[in-house]
Ligand binder design. Sequence first.
Ligand code: NAD
Length: 392
Amino acid sequence: MQIGEKKIERPFRWGIVGGGKTSQVGYKHRLGAMRDNTSFVLTAAAFDVDFDRCKEFGKNLCMDEDRLYPDYQTMFAEEAKREDGIEAVDIATPNFLHYEATKAALEAGLHVICEKPLFFEVEQGEEIKRLAEEKGKIVCVTYGFSGFELLQQMRSMVTSGMLGKINMIDLRYAHGFGCDPEGDVKSEGQKWRVDPSKVGRAFVLGDLSTHTYYMSQMICPDQKLKQVLCDRQAFVGSRYPLEDNAYVLMRYEDGAVGRMWCSCVNAGDMSSQHIRIVGSKASLEWNDMHPDELHYQPQGQPEQILYRGMGYLSPEAQEDERLGALHYTGLIESWSNLYGRFAVAMDAKNRGDEETLKNLVYPDLEHGIDGIKWINACAESADKGAVWVDVK
Ligand code: NAD
């Protein structure tokens, strides 16, 4: 159980790029990182494209005004001059800045936590991998819900063989918040999401499905994706050639199959993410509208609902518990668990503790690169007329 005690000697001094007052995701990062006060301390920030807005926001967070910066280049340079400069940084900007900001952060000697989707090209991921190795730094990716206790429970049940051989992986991240085309013009956070020069080759495939795809990989670590067949559409026509809806079929190396539906035009549906893992003996099902319930369905027996916070969960799942059963939790517990692991990974890297790094389950650089491969294979398949393509 997590009750906020320290897991590393002292918290990392931590900065943020992006994630400002108007951002959708900034508060989640701060909640995740600082929930326990023992992993990260927010020390400096280049929160915004607009420096006045950055300063006003930083003041409202009671931050030291001297450590609010107009851009990340100035922040990295100025912080490097200080004895108490930042040691890790978050990149929570629109997607097109992830690569250059991550590269600059590594070159400045910082550990990095970057938003998804990581970058646009696999080659960029490989280059960053080489740079991170050279600098001895960690790069983490914030697949936000993947640190949640019942997803860890799914992993424990899959890897211990309770489901038998995994045959089908059925995934969905589909909501309706992109139904109104007005949002593409009016919302600061939506404008760049539908601009190919800022978002890359895909909209919802990158914005939504990379989360669920990573979660499925975390739950089923032995399933290696081989091929995808993707059909994608822009039901709001102005989004073309990007998609606001996509169906993907998957083939895994061991013969298992899967499918993913991702959409932001699934009008009216409020239960967005669904994960169903079907094995030869039993199935598991979870969705993020009822995150505290995991459905376990052994063939020929009554279904069981496993609840968060209970002693019958695996030790790995119980490790992620925070408030106790009946005290309802959700996404922020997951972000806090992830940030706790990010800090442990960075600390282990600093100490050369490869054993800890090997056993730690968290979205790392390799998983971020897998996300790029996923998006690019889906886009390639769709653009060739919905044909099977290799994931590479
Ligand atoms: P947003 O447009 O709402 O906010 C972007 C923020 O970055 C704003 O504060 C903006 O001022 C700032 N910014 C833009 N350019 C900057 C620059 N050059 N320097 C410093 N700050 C800059 O976007 P968002 O929805 O918060 O998304 C940001 C990132 O987070 C995206 O990569 C998105 O995919 C990701 N995201 C992840 C999750 C998750 O659950 N992990 C959820 C939402 C968004």
